[in-house]
Write a protein that binds this ligand. Structure first.
Ligand code: FAD
Ligand code: SF4
Length: 461
């Protein structure tokens, strides 16, 4: 077995000066030769720490070894055994905080590029049209899934594979949740999300679009029609700064801004749902959503984009890769800065901010930002995008009397993923608040396993 003792390879990327003007994917991935060379860096550890860092326990050493041996289709099969959406995870998972953080090679030339290798194998299988395992024969039981984000898609796939008849109900006119309306094309091409959804349809899953559960149908109606229901409704309700000027023209939440550009294709000249593009744009927040909004604004034609974040670079929650990419593209990071008022008459003319300093740690272990007295200053801008977090939409919970939620509006579940209503399960952002794709998938998987176990036991099949 050949071991490559060299440094970690970086995937091919579009030049920052070129990519800031287009929506094509920034990261172009590995060539087959690069993938093999990188895979040969894996030590095939007997006790692979990387697997412990993966929320869905992908058999990492096996798939990486298969790539090293040139068995790309086999590698994709290994990943697919536990991860239904590998082409997506390979692109957007925070591997640096998960599998790659645990990799023993981190100290010797850099962790094995597990995410980029996962993406390589998944893309290979999609391009070659590799067939997937057929589902088990239908068992006569029906499962309804509410929401088509990663939690819903994963739960649907796992139930369908086990022979259940699955129907997904989605409020939007397109399936995919945040994968289609939030994460921009230049990080996650929508054709890929569609390809993964088509695989789900091959398993016999029906997707019903433009259907809001809690409005079009009630949860009670679904419970009468189906043997089990999974709620993967996400956390799509944006939070506001609650400062003066937030209702001025030119102020968007990141959710609205990204939905207009991604889902409603506002970047097209004659789009039915337009979007304002300012000359000087300020994005408030420091997460992946803020980086996506800032980089989108740049590509929409803004002359200058500034990200305003109230803590320092160390606390900035966005993925390191996204922050580096944003800076390379020319986005200014204004740290230790907090908005206090959006200025303007009818339209945005500027944003008044305080400089901040960091104080004691809060209950989550993060330094508390404190305003520096007399530090107020104004940033001239004509557009403000607010990206300070989201919470679950209360619509469904309000319409379902017995569904217990926390004071923050998240759905309460037990250790099996079941809610306060029997046979109604939930998972993903709707349960834990805004988090990550892989955690949502893990929750969908866990709920599917509980549904399969319970319904099989009940029906004796
Ligand atoms: P969602 O993806 O939100 O899907 C929920 C779906 O349910 C939506 O399609 C919604 O329309 C539908 N729905 C809601 N209510 C109803 C109803 N009543 N009836 C019918 N349908 C309903 N995570 C990462 O891991 N890496 C990243 O790089 C990353 N970047 C992000 C960038 C942005 C801009 C955003 C917004 C999020 C990002 N995330 C990232 C977070 C990640 O996308 C989410 O954690 C994940 O999508 C949650 O999955 P989910 O299935 O729980 O919910
Ligand atoms: Fe390979 Fe790193 Fe996992 Fe060890 S920890 S098996 S070197 S990827």
């Amino acid at each position: 077995m050949k071991i490559n003792r060299g440094e970690r390879l970086s995937p091919i990327e579009q030049d920052p000066q070129v990519r800031r003007g287009n929506f094509y994917e920034v990261n172009k991935g590995f060539t087959p030769e690069m993938a093999i060379e990188e895979a040969e860096r894996c030590l095939n550890c007997k006790d692979p720490k990387c697997v412990k860092g993966c929320p869905v326990n992908v058999n990492i050493p096996t798939f990486v070894r298969q790539i090293a041996d040139g068995e790309f289709a086999e590698a994709a099969k290994t990943i697919k055994a536990t991860n239904n959406l590998p082409a997506i995870c390979g692109r957007v998972c925070p591997q640096e905080e998960q599998c790659e953080k645990q990799c023993v090679r981190a100290k010797a030339g850099g962790a094995v590029a597990i995410g980029a290798l996962e993406r390589f194998a998944a893309d290979y299988a999609l391009q070659k049209g590799e067939p997937q395992e057929p589902p088990k024969p239908r068992n006569g039981m029906r499962v309804a899934v509410v929401g088509s984000g990663p939690a819903g898609l994963t739960c649907a796939a796992d139930c369908a594979k086990e022979g259940f008849e699955v129907t997904i109900f989605e409020a939007f006119h397109k399936a995919g949740g945040v994968l289609v309306y939030g994460i921009p094309e230049f990080r996650l091409p929508k054709s890929l999300v569609q390809a993964e959804i088509d695989k789900l349809k091959e398993l016999g899953v029906t997707i019903v679009l433009d259907t809001v559960i809690g409005r079009t149908f009630t949860l009670e109606e679904l419970c009468r029609e189906y043997d089990a229901v999974f709620l993967g409704t996400g956390a799509g309700l944006p939070m506001f700064l609650n400062i003066k000027g937030e209702n001025l023209s030119g102020v968007y939440t990141a959710n609205e801004y990204l939905t207009r550009v991604n889902l409603m294709q506002a970047y097209l000249k004659d789009a039915a749902t337009p979007v304002i593009t300012g000359e000087k744009v300020v994005v408030v927040g420091g997460g992946n959503v803020a980086m996506d909004a800032a980089r989108t604004a740049l590509r929409m034609g803004a002359g200058k984009v500034t990200v305003v974040y109230r803590r320092s670079m160390e606390e900035l929650p966005a993925r390191k890769e996204e922050v580096e990419n944003a800076i390379e593209e020319g986005i200014e990071m204004m740290l230790l800065t907090n908005p206090v008022e959006i200025l303007g008459d009818k339209k945005v003319e500027g944003i008044k901010c305080n400089k901040m300093q960091l104080g004691q740690l809060d209950e989550r272990g993060r330094a508390t930002p404190i305003p520096v007295e007399g530090s107020e200053f104004v940033i001239n801008c004509d557009q403000v995008i607010i990206a300070i977090g989201t919470s679950p939409n209360p619509l469904l919970a309000k319409s379902a009397k017995n569904l217990k939620t926390s004071p923050k509006g998240t759905i309460i579940i037990n250790e099996n993923g079941e809610t306060s209503i029997e046979n109604v399960y939930a998972g993903g952002d709707a349960v834990i608040g805004a988090a990550t794709v892989i955690l949502a998938m893990g929750a969908g998987k866990k709920a599917a396993a509980s549904i399969v176990k319970k319904l099989r036991g009940k029906h004796g099949s």
